[in-house]
Structures are given as structure tokens and as C-alpha cells.
Design a protein around this ligand. Sequence first.
Ligand code: MSP
Length: 667
Amino acid sequence: MAQAKPKFYLTTPIYYTNGLPHIGHTYTTVVADTVRRYKRMQGYEVVMTTGTDEHGVNVERAAQKAGVPESEFVAQMAEAWRALWEELGVPADEFIRTTEVRHARTVQWLFKLFRENGFVYPGHYTGQYCIYDNAYVDVKPGENCPDCGRPTETVTEENYFFKLSAFEKPLLDLYKKNPTFIQPETRRNEILSFVEGGLRDLSITRTSIRWGIPVPGEEPHVFYVWFDALTAYLSAVGGPEYERRGFWPADLHLVGKDIIRFHTVYWPAFLMAAGLPLPKQVWAHGWFLIDAGKMSKSKGNVVLPRPIAQVLGMDALRYYMLRETVFGQDGNFSFDALVTRYNADLANGIGNLSNRTLTMIQQYCGGRIPQPTPGHTESSANTLRTMFRPTIWMVVGNAESGDKGHYNTLQFSSALQDIARLVSHVDAYLVQEKPWVLAKDEAQKQRLADVLYDSAEALRIITVLAHPVLPEATKEIWKQLGQPGTLEEQRIDQLDWGQLKSGTRIGTIQAVFPRMDHQEAIGRMEAMESETQKPVAAPAASDGTVASPSGAAAQTAPEKIAIEDFAKVEMRVGQIKTAERIVGADKLLKLTVDVGSEVRQICAGIAQFYEPESLVGRKVVVVVNLAPRKLRGVESNGMIVAASVGPEGRPVLAAFTEDVEVGARLK
Ligand code: MSP
């Protein structure tokens, strides 16, 4: 009987359903998918969970704004998240939604265990609450949230408290006993000092909101959204019956650095209170920043994954994310660096190596992997072998050499640097051995076979090593190499030089990473990004906290506003002084506009419909009291009002048929 595989359970955070995935969320999911693939190649049975966090006041308000019942709103959003992960090739093995019955059961069961074990008591609480982070924050009324900077609200409510204070010592013992429970080290130190500073009991039910999991027998209490959300990791693999599937405790929770406290303080304390096994590790990664700031819809600087996947392919985005930043630290995102990496490391690197090696095997060896001289493969004089073996160990670990393996320690950037170094070595080897010269000399036939066997073997090893990060391209190379079996079933931990099968016929050769024109690729991606996000069209929502799934916006109920609401929008007549295009953003124009009291810089998404020269001197309507924001890195202070016409939303600038004074207010 085949031996049961060891199990590995890993998770991404479950994402809020009041927006759709940007590349920050994509990063966590891509990392999880990479670990999942790697672990499978080590022989594990892996479950990767992701899902959607669908309760809380934030979602409640987003649904109200969209004019649809909460359940309908979250169902559409959850479906949009699930479908996008599928499309990007990073689907969940378990997609958990916090509105599912299997989840509510688990949350209620945990709470029951807390009660039975004496860890909850009733009380009252008044405090400042940040609805964006779903957390009470330690500030005075009127002050903003210290984490996200947005306004807080004073909330007084009756609720149940969880005795978090009782877990100060057990948590410190856990961090001590398991020093790699929190990774990286900087985050561990941060949490240690937080817990050492003392823990206050935590209110885990709410009476101030309605949209949540009910506390049985205690209605109108619903559970605090973070207690609800964290429990999803357990609901996804069986909840109260977790022992049956055998995936709990989780081996790895991957999270962003902003939510490390919830995962390393609250979550283990909840599990301890319920007497359940604790996860083995929580790894906090950094943020992807734009112009050194966090991506946010309100700043208008969100980058979406789909345009990148469509222009360069998902492998390119995966490679860029994992190669460009040291895992755990923040990284800056730029289209320029993305395309540079694509061309340098993928098109000119692994893509070119695959193409040239296979083409020579086709031309000089009749399309079959050549047979090397007996003993050549194992010989210590074999230069590529000498180079490759220690690098394999560095990337995937080796007990004898003492290497931990970059993949095992989630050091993706180091793994990819080592793999890129292998590619350069093979390129240099080919230049040195010149198979194209050997091919002209009948007496060098065996030497030619040795050189091309070595190059193909090197390509095979590179393909296996890179597979967790570049799943699509490597599968294609594997097919072209004509090797038996699938790439996914290759044991990466048993990879060694000399396992390539001679005599196998290679497949049809095709470029896996065609070279891209740098500017054109950037232009296409930026155009698709702004198309999806429509930064400035007609007076669209500027706070943009809700990205509606298809159809949700269209269903918005017509809501009436009071005259005081309208009076909040200050619109004035402005006159355009200058207009120019913005390099790398072919939808945007940079304008300077005289609004009477001053001349402002404003960006408008009208470049495809108005020539800059035709706009100078034109009078337009400007929303002057809109918070400034950056569009493609350019400051925009105000908004030009335009009608959005036709299915493509063609902007038509609002104008006057009579002469109007610059600065006049529209009422
Ligand atoms: N719903 C909670 C998580 C509950 S888990 C039990 C939540 N959701 S979130 O959608 O706001 O964020 C999910 C993850 O995406 C977080 O780990 C967060 O750090 C990550 N990212 C969001 N923006 C990011 C970047 N710009 N860069 C990298 N990751 C970031 O928090």
C-alpha cells in the first residue's frame, strides 16, 4: 500500500469584500501558491486556504452604498475574488467565506468552548473604533486611527469580553519555546514587546452592528469581526471535526505586516482558551508600495493584477514580486522595473536558454536528447555538474551540506538569484564550447553530444527549480524537453545532476518569454489599468472605497441627498492655462487651471479624446474642494467635470454657452 503523504496546511488572510484584489493582495496569494507548489514537489499533500472576510460595519456600509442587501453584495464580491484567483492561476484548495454555515458553526463552537473554560464575561465598553480596520484604537474622541489615519467613531456597547490578559504568560512561553513561531525576526521582537507591555481583555461581541454571526441565545450580539475572521482558518478544514481531515494545526499562516498582531496574539490566545492545537508559524511579509506610499483607492494609485497578467503573463508578475523584494520587507512597485526584469531575466535569461538549447538539439541531434559519453555525467571534471550541485542544495536544502534551502526559509529572492546565476553559467558554457562550431566537425560528434546533453540537463534542473515561481512557462519548457511524467510530480528534494533521459524526442519549440518592447508594454498595461479604474471621468466617486463587482454598481438604488449634501461640493468655473500629455499614462492630461483664487494643477482622464492644444483657454467646471491625490505619480488638485457618454464612457467636458467669469461658483 502506498504510504500516506505528510500533510501541509497553509493560508492567506481572508480578504475584505469591500474591494477587489490589487497587486498587494495578489502578492500574498502568489507567495502562498508558490509555497504550495514547492511543498507538493517535496511530496506533501497540501491544502491552501484563501477566502473572503464578509462581515463587519465596513461591508455593511459598502452594501448600503451599492444599494443591495448585504448577502447579495458579499456573494457577488466573493465570486469576483474567487474567479480572479482562478483566472490568475492561484485558486484556493479551500475557499472559505465567512457567511457560510460551516464557518458560523465553528465560530459558535469556539465561543462555547471559551465559555465552558471560563474565558468570557459580560461587560460594557466605550471606545474609539476604526471601522476601516475593524478594531478599537487607543485614541481620544475626534482623533484619527493611529494605524490607517482615518476618522474613528465613539462606540459604547454591551458586550462579552475575552480574557486576553490571562494569556500574557502562555503567549510569552509560546514565543520562547517556538522561536520561529513569528517570522521575520523584527516582527517577533515587535510582538514580544507588545505582549510584555501587558494585555487588556478584548471585547469579542458587538451590539452596535447587525451584519455578523449571531451569538446563540444572546441576540442582538454578533461576534467581533476579527474573532469571526481568524476562525475561518479552522472552519476551512473541518471546524469542530478538524481531526477527521487531519490538516489542523496550520503549518503556515501568511499575512501582511499590518495584521501580525491579530495572528500572533489574539489567534493563539483564542486557540489556547479553546484547548486546540496552535499553528506552527506566522510569516509577515512587507507591503508593495507605490511612490513609497501604501496603495489605496482613495489615493488613486492602486495597481490591478489583470492588465499585467494579460500583457506580460502571470509568471512575469510572480517573478517580479518574488525576485524584486526580500521576503518580509517592503518593496516598491514600478512598471518600468517590471518590464526590465521581464526582458533581462525571463526573455533574455531562461527563455533564451531554453530556445537556443532546444534549437541546437533539433538541428544537430535530430531532435533527440543526445547520449553522453559513459562516465561523463558523473565525472567531477564536468564543469556544469560541479557548478549545479551546490546551487541545487542552496535552493532546496541539503542535510549533508547543511544548507537549509532558500525555498524552505521563504527566501524567494535568493532562490531566484541563484537560478538566474545558473542560467548565466550555461550561457557562458555554450559560448565557451561553441556547439555550432563542433557541429561542423565530424570528429567532434561525441563532444557535441556531451555539451548538448549537459545544456539540456542544466535546462531541466533550472526548469524544476523555477517551477514553484514560474508554473506556466516551466510546464511549457518541460513539454518541449520531451521528458516523461509531469513537472508537478518531480521531487524537487531529490533533484540531482544526471537524471535527464537520453534518446527522448523533444517537442515543438516555442518561445516561452518573447521579448517585449519596453515602452509599448508599459503603455499597454497603464492604458488597461486606467481603463479599469477610470481615474477621472464624469463626477465618479472620488473616495472609491467600494469597487463594485460587475452589476453591483448598476443596481445602485437612486438615493436622494439633502441640499446641504450638495452644498458640500464646491464647483467653480475654471479656465485651462496649459495642457500636456503625461509620459507613460496615455489616458491622462496634466492641466493647469485658473479657478479664480489660484491656478491649480489637475489631471484629467481625457487624453484620448481631447488634443492638449485645443483645451488651452477653454472654460470648464472644476470641483475645487476635492482632496488632492496622485494619478500615475502626478499630483492632481481638483477634478474637471465631464459627462460620461456611450458604453466606452467617452468624456465630454461640461461647458457654458454664455460667457462666465472665472471663479464663479456653480450652485
Ligand atoms: N480581512 C482581513 C484579514 C483577516 S485574516 C483572518 C484583512 N483583509 S485585507 O483585504 O485588508 O488584507 C489582506 C492582506 O492583504 C493583508 O495581509 C494585507 O497586508 C495585504 N495587503 C493589502 N495591501 C497590501 C500591499 N499594498 N502590499 C502587500 N500586501 C498588502 O486585513
